[in-house]
Design a protein around this ligand. Sequence first.
Ligand code: SF4
Length: 83
Amino acid sequence: MQQQHIHCIVNDCHYWAQGNKCDANEILVSTNNFAESQPDQVDAPMASQLTPENAGVCTSTACKTYVTKGSGKVNADKVKRMS
Ligand code: SF4
């Protein structure tokens, strides 16, 4: 299986790791509108069932997998840390 290699500088995320790496086994990038309107349970494990849409500019995209470190919501999305 291919290892993902995602760099991220959002260090209050549960999946963030030293060296500015994302330690999630999978992530979902979406439009901001999608991220704001969908519950935490809608995330990377459901990606193949979701309808793709246009963002237009990079600032209209979001990491849907982001979870605030220590927020108690870390299991809602069914995403796992790799280490
Ligand atoms: S889940 Fe998203 S916000 Fe969190 S570390 Fe990975 S890429 Fe960054």
